[in-house]
Design a binder for this molecule. Structure first.
Ligand SMILES: [Zn+2]
Ligand SMILES: [Zn+2]
Length: 1093
């Protein structure tokens, strides 16, 4: 269905585009209600049977400004003003007719005379005027007899060849664009084939206990309670008396998996790994667990298995609870931590009667890993400032104390155990994580036991944040690390090789060992990082021509040897400090070199993708101009020229292929580098169109075209900006508010213009509000529900009063059901959140009602009449009842404001159409969605349609950023799905959140569907314009993709790009959905059938 929308673009001579028949809005006459069916004989004019006399036929009236072919020739070069509208009508019927197969052989050229005939026939081009009556179909039927052949001739070739090619090409090109950023910016940095590096000295500890308190914020652990006591007294005493402490800085995405990989494997997962899945191992990697002799781990089934899976041999053991235990709602999540502590205790108890286990536990290089998910779960459910979260920290503190003393006594206080407590990521005040806010990236690190430094008393510390004062820890040296530094720390404490892909630098200040050990460990660290650099360099060298290869100068082969020799010498001379600092220099250089080779091909790949982008966009613009406007006349293709062109481009392709071949490039490179060739070939082939266009444009007012271009660029820039600053939408909406004044529409329709301006201003407030989910405000949600019901009452009474003989009072029932459903949702939201507040969980009845509403509200909507306003109103009610259930704050008001604006928009577009003299005034109130024939698709584009498409894109973006942003969708805020479920289920929750995000889109799409059918805008040409807009935006975002700097920016930059790239496809899907919602109607069994609508 979606594919069909782009039917004509490649049709070379389609002027006007013929393939309306294939669009989804195509409705067979058979599907129309009997009262609206035309009479069988199209030529007989005595056809007033069954038609209300109120609407006189207009087919004899010459349309305003309709231009015949001659006139059009004469006006060529002027901007199209709808002059060519409505030729060749009747295509819909003809296409569906049985003659379809016969007419297929006709050629485009042969059809010309027939088309002229159609154009010059005196028919009304605006069926809108008659909608709601049967009259608009008559002219159509009149045309059928002699039009069928003609239309088929036009449609068939286009339908058979060009559509699939264009769509396939479009999909392919966009797939390449989309995938390319992962190859260009986010290929996996991991290399394989390094030699493991190990410090040749005996390690200080025999075993390591790693506690990871999932989702524990640094400040939550360190800060003192209001009465001045420590929240975690045991850990506080450790950092004051026994160990070292600091902050571990994590990177975005602050999620559990990347956090644990950084902690245990020592590298930061790249985005491609994250995209490939959280639970499985997308790439092979080495970890401290894998290097250990034995590792036992307890905790969540989401985390533990990935390290067991990655480990070679059978030495990493996991003990997990069932995934269902992670209930966010009723029960206390601290039980998850108690489960872990209890199992560790019984594990040690059981080892006393199990000789194999006992001796394994007494080996060296043993790791015990306790993953404590309770704090994270409580944080999501109750937010980090809650009593539950802080209580959980206390319980973890006690658990750690018990486990530490249990282990010490198990090993007879041999002083050979090292302990580390940290967390994988923090959490925002509103209970989410994933992004780069300091509350998410600052995690605690407390290390104590064998080989670890004691607290260092200091008088001054160099940290710019005020945390030390807040935490009353000014006098204890704070040692900050990057999260990946913890892996080498663990490895050197128990003396195992550093994980092969680790990029961490050993935090020496945590160690309480001999200076020799520190220097040797640092040296091991440097060699281990250098190994990765060497492997990476030799890989790049192999795949690059030797003349083109520019090595990373600071670390040439001789430089490497120099460094290593110097460090060795320093260690031998016992100049340990010099050795350590040289090691640090070497590590930094190697990391720099790693990223140098990693991004080696970036410029050249990026350029070739950008060239393709520009080519593709140019091509689509040419297609629009050629097929959907009368700006150019079709020029016959020069055959000789095109053969020359073809061979020219083919040889260019060959040269590129050869060049890539001798460099033994990866196969994806061929795609990126060869893509510009066919794309630009397609563009260059259209040179006559460009020349034609150029002469046309030059004959126009230069100022006018420049102004138009400027407005276009500004509009797109505002859209691009809105991705970074939601307030850009406010600016845009305020400009929209002035639209009636600028175009002087307000003279024509003062009230509508006023309402439009007011609603624009109202909607402009939303992007200024904070992102949804931070401050729950259930009373606002309830207010939104009540407001919806109030508006419904108002609208319904006005509906009842208004007279429309096609209305059926039976239909009013549907609205009452829908209003009841909204009322029910309002109640359920209030009662559920109350019940959760007093910790009684989600009432089953509420859950049932929520799911019932979710399932049945779309069905109710389909029962309502398909008259324009009635159906849109019904859509609003249905969507609102679902949206209310998913709301937690002010966002519940957003669909109402948005819908109001959309409602006025439909009216304003009608006024705009009139303003430009393009339409007889149709009665929107009696406009029926199902009665729209796609003959309207024959209208050609004019400039105002570009504006219309832009409004649509803008409103879609507003629907997206109006209440939140990408981060808030990615970050996990379970509060909004509490009416449906409280047990952790990522897919179900994700699905519901997506639904919540989609609802405003559906509203906009349905409104735009109404705009399309009432302004006779063709969805094909519309989507081509949207494609151009989104491609220009995508090119912006392609250059804005980042792989450096704050990790928040990186994640955001990718999602921007992906979002914009999928905009067109997304809008097509939305359009399809909107058509379904607006045109489908389920029959209700009813008693009296005299009204068949
Ligand atoms: Zn986590
Ligand atoms: Zn979490």
């Amino acid at each position: 269905m979606v594919l069909m929308m782009l039917t004509t673009p490649l049709s070379p001579r389609a002027l006007p585009p013929p393939a309306a028949t294939a669009t989804p809005r195509h409705r067979l006459l058979a599907g129309l209600p009997p009262a609206l069916l035309p009479l069988p004989d199209p030529r007989s004019r005595e056809t007033s049977r069954g038609q209300p006399p109120a609407a006189p036929r207009r087919s004899a009236t010459p349309p305003p400004r309709r231009a015949g072919p001659e006139e059009r020739e004469g006006r060529r070069g002027a901007w199209p003003e709808g002059g060519a509208l409505g030729h060749a009508r009747g295509g819909a019927r003809a296409w569906a007719g049985p003659g379809a197969a016969e007419g297929g052989s006709g050629s485009g050229r042969g059809s010309r005379p027939g088309r002229r005939k159609v154009r010059s026939s005196e028919v009304s081009w605006s069926p809108l005027h008659h909608l709601g009556t049967a009259h608009f179909l008559l002219p159509l039927c009149e045309q059928l007899a002699f039009n069928r052949h003609v239309v088929l001739c036009l449609c068939q070739p286009a339908a058979a060849m060009d559509i699939p090619v264009f769509i396939l090409a479009g999909l392919l090109v966009h797939c390449v664009f989309l995938v390319s950023i992962f190859d260009i910016y986010f290929s996996s940095p991991l290399v394989h084939g390094m030699t493991p590096q190990q410090t040749p000295l005996p390690p200080p500890a025999k075993r390591l206990v790693l506690f990871v308190a999932d989702g524990l914020r640094a400040d939550s652990l360190y800060e003192l309670d209001s009465n001045g006591t420590a929240r975690a007294p045991y850990l506080r005493s450790i950092l004051e008396n026994n160990g070292s402490w600091g902050i571990s800085h994590t990177r975005v995405p602050t999620e559990s998996r990347p956090g644990h990989v950084a902690l245990i494997a020592g590298f930061y997962e790249d985005v491609s790994a994250v995209a490939k899945g959280w639970k499985e191992n997308p790439v092979e990697f080495d970890s401290v667990f894998n290097e250990s002799k034995y590792t036992w781990s307890w905790g969540s089934p989401d985390i533990l298995p990935m390290f067991a899976k990655g480990a070679t041999g059978d030495h990493v053991y996991t003990f997990c609870y069932a995934a269902e235990s992670e209930d966010f709602g009723a029960e206390d999540a601290a039980k998850l931590d108690m489960w872990v502590f209890d199992h560790v205790k019984s594990f040690f108890n059981s080892s006393r009667s199990n000789q194999t286990l006992f001796s394994a536990l007494n080996e060296e290089k043993v790791v015990l890993f306790l993953h404590l998910l309770g704090i994270d779960t409580n944080g999501h459910a109750h937010r980090p400032n809650s009593r539950e979260y802080q209580e959980n920290i206390k319980q973890v503190d006690e658990g750690v104390k018990e486990i530490a003393s249990l282990i010490d006594s198990f090993y007879g206080n041999d002083g050979k155990t090292a302990f580390i407590l940290t967390s994988d990521h923090g959490m925002t005040d509103w209970g989410s994580h994933g992004a780069g806010h300091p509350s998410e990236t600052l995690t605690p690190l407390i290390v104590w036991g064998a080989g670890v430094n004691y607290p260092q008393k200091v008088t001054t510390q160099f940290f710019e944040d005020n945390f030390l004062k807040e935490w009353k820890l000014e006098n204890l040296k704070r040692l900050d690390v990057n999260q990946a530094d913890i892996a080498p720390l663990m490895a050197s404490l128990i003396g195992v090789p550093f994980p092969l892909n680790s990029v961490g630098t050993l935090p020496l200040e945590y160690l309480n060992t001999s200076a020799l050990f520190k220097a040797e460990s640092m040296f091991t660290n440097a060699v281990q990082v250098l190994e990765q650099f060497k492997v990476k360099m030799s890989q790049k060298k192999e795949t690059t021509l030797s003349i083109l290869f520019t090595p990373f100068k600071p670390l040439s082969a001789s430089e490497q040897i120099n460094y290593l020799k110097k460090i060795r010498l320093y260690i031998e001379q016992q100049k340990y400090d010099e050795a350590v600092s040289l090691c640090k220099t070497l590590i930094n250089l190697a990391l720099e070199g790693l990223s140098y080779y990693h991004t080696y091909d970036r410029l050249f790949l990026g350029l070739s993708i950008a060239v393709s982008f520009v080519g593709w966009t140019t091509y689509v613009i040419l297609v629009i101009i050629k097929a959907h406007t009368n700006l150019t006349k079709t020029v016959p293709a020069n055959k000789k020229k095109s053969t020359v062109l073809f061979y020219g481009f083919a040889s260019a392709g060959m040269i590129i292929t050869f060049f890539l071949l001798i460099q033994t490039c990866p196969w994806t490179y061929y795609i990126y580098c060869l893509l510009p060739v066919p794309v630009w070939y397609a563009v260059v082939k259209e040179i006559p169109v460009i020349q034609d266009l150029a002469t046309n444009v030059l004959s126009l007012h230069i100022g006018q075209s420049a102004g138009f271009l400027l407005v276009c660029i500004l509009g797109i820039e505002i859209l691009v900006f809105s991705f970074f600053y939601r307030s850009a939408l406010t600016v845009g909406l305020l400009v929209f508010a002035g639209w009636p004044v600028i175009t002087q529409l307000w003279i024509q329709a003062k009230t509508k213009a006023l309402i439009w301006t007011l609603l624009c201003v109202l909607l402009a407030i939303f992007p200024l509000m904070p992102v949804v989910g931070r401050e729950p405000n259930i009373p606002l949600v309830i207010a939104a529900g009540l407001l919806t019901i109030l508006i419904s009452f108002f609208l319904l009474t006005s509906l009842c009063k208004s007279e429309n003989k096609y209305r059926d009072n039976e239909n009013l029932k549907v609205y009452f059901y829908q209003m009841f459903s909204v009322a029910l949702s309002t109640y359920v939201v209030g009662s559920t959140h109350n019940s959760l507040k007093i910790k009684q969980g989600l009432p089953v009845m509420n859950q049932i009602i929520s799911w019932m509403t979710l399932v049945f509200s779309p069905v109710l909507l389909l029962l309502s009449p398909t008259f324009l306003f009635e159906r849109l109103f019904s859509i609003l009610l249905s969507l609102m009842s679902t949206y209310l259930l998913l709301s937690t704050g002010y966002e519940a008001l957003f669909p109402l404001a948005l819908f109001g604006l959309m409602f006025v928009w439909i009216n304003m577009e009608q006024e705009a159409l009139q303003h430009y003299g393009l339409s007889l005034k149709p009665k929107l109130a009696v406009f029926n969605f199902t009665c729209t024939m796609d003959i309207t698709q024959f209208r050609q584009l004019h400039l105002d349609d570009v504006r219309r498409s832009f409004f649509f894109v803008f409103f879609i973006v507003t629907a997206f950023f109006g209440t939140g942003n990408i981060a808030s969708i990615n970050s996990f805020d379970p509060a909004s799905v509490y009416c449906f479920l409280t047990v952790f289920s990522p897919f179900m929750m994700g699905g519901l959140l997506l639904l919540k995000v989609a609802i405003p889109f559906v509203l906009v799409s349905c409104a735009f569907e109404a705009v399309q059918v009432t302004t006779q805008l063709s969805s094909k040409s519309l989507f081509l314009i949207v494609l151009v807009i989104s491609d220009i935006m995508a090119l912006h975002f392609f250059f804005l993709v980042k792989d450096y700097g704050s990790w928040l920016d990186i994640g955001t930059s990718i999602s921007h790009y992906v979002l914009v790239m999928s905009l067109t496809i997304f809008m097509m899907v939305m359009n399809g959905l909107a058509q379904l919602l607006t045109t489908r109607r389920l029959g209700l069994p009813r008693r009296n059938k005299h009204h068949s609508m």
